[in-house]
Unconditional design. Structure first.
Length: 363
């Protein structure tokens, strides 16, 4: 047998190499890796479902799609909106305008695949309409007061329409002010879908631009205004050189004179005169626009009724045309002959506003 034949025989009789066993272990390892990858992929895919639901819910909030929101709620319960004006057709245009400016970003998720629960946290930036509401309510109250003195009254529908019109008007003129907040939305798995557990008050507040019910806000602001008017607040500081001379987009006033006369009981009272100009585009009056207070020794003075008729007092209550100027008068009871501090500002200016003061010599 030659050398070549011997080599061939040795190859044929040689035991199998271990390389095949190594190859089988590689296959098993690949299968394990693929299974792990599939499991991880399934987990992350399932984790995206509650996030997707939260995004759809926030998009429906932004679009004021109440049917879409209801569909994504576990119980379809929308009763949290029962007392909110956003469901009132009269205010629909205003709230759609402000909610379109809302933006959000998903910042955190907590996912429990075993129990079928999740929590998605969103950082939300939205319109804070507090300045719009203050302007609207102030203007609305003025118009209601003017209507009452003219002998007219509004129905509920007319009231809503007037408020809605003022809200839209003020939203175009008042600069946008944004607020930011974080809301965590609990979700629960329902079959192959994920649902938001409930409609919360914070979300309603966001949709309402930090405002829920117009009538409630009006009543609250009027109560606050009445409490402030009845409080024994000290007189504002002023100098003897100051003269009330103020102007804004609603009115211009300029102090002209004062004098002491008798009231209907025979006691002394102070008459304060000032020129009033209507700067608006509709009829108005000093009684509706101007808030004039008087103080003596840090005590607020009550309104008085002069013994004799005074034409300027009638002018104070009378409506005048846009651009017209009249001299008006307000009367105050006097406690003694000490100096009187008067303070002028805008009537129904909820939350403060510009004021001017002046000291008057009674003697």
């Amino acid at each position: 047998m030659d050398t070549n034949d011997q080599d061939i025989l040795e190859e044929q009789t040689a035991p199998p190499r271990k390389r095949k066993k190594k190859k089988s272990w590689i296959i098993v390892l690949v299968i394990v890796i693929l299974a792990a990858a599939l499991g991880t992929g399934y987990y992350f895919m399932e984790r995206q479902k509650p996030i997707s639901t939260a995004r759809n819910y926030l998009d429906d909030i932004k679009a004021m799609n109440f049917d879409g929101m209801k569909e994504l709620l576990q119980s379809n319960d929308m009763t949290a909106l029962d007392n909110a004006d956003i469901t009132n057709d009269a205010y629909a245009a205003f709230f759609q305008k402000v909610n379109q400016k809302m933006t959000y970003k998903i910042t955190k998720t907590k996912f429990d695949i075993k129990n079928g629960t999740a929590t998605v946290t969103a950082h939300i930036k939205y319109i804070d309409g507090s300045d719009i509401y203050k302007e609207t309510i102030a203007e609305f109250v003025k118009q209601i007061v003017a209507s009452a003195f003219s002998g007219t009254s509004l129905s509920e529908d007319e009231t809503n329409q007037k408020l809605a019109s003022l809200l839209e008007e003020k939203s175009d003129t008042v600069e946008d002010k944004f607020a930011e907040t974080d809301i965590s939305y609990p979700l629960i798995q329902a079959g192959d879908k994920w649902k938001i557990v409930s409609l919360d008050e914070e979300t309603v507040k966001i949709m309402s631009a930090n405002f829920v019910n117009v009538q409630d806000e009006i009543n609250q602001e009027l109560t606050n205004s009445e409490n402030q008017a009845n409080s024994d607040s000290p007189a504002p500081s002023s100098s003897t050189d100051g003269t009330i001379d103020m102007s804004n987009d609603k009115f211009t006033i300029h102090y002209t004179q004062c004098r002491v006369v008798k009231d209907i009981s025979g006691a002394s009272c102070l008459l304060v005169y000032y020129d009033y100009t209507n700067n608006t585009s509709s009829p108005s009056s000093a009684m509706v626009d101007v808030n004039l207070k008087a103080y003596q020794k840090d005590q607020a003075l009550q309104a008085a009724i002069p013994e004799n008729d005074e034409a300027a007092i009638d002018q104070y209550m009378a409506e005048i045309k846009p651009g017209q100027t009249v001299n008006v008068c307000q009367a105050f009871e006097l406690t003694d002959t000490s100096d009187v501090t008067i303070q002028a500002g805008e009537a129904f200016s909820f939350g403060g506003g510009d004021t001017q003061t002046q000291i008057l010599k009674v003697q």
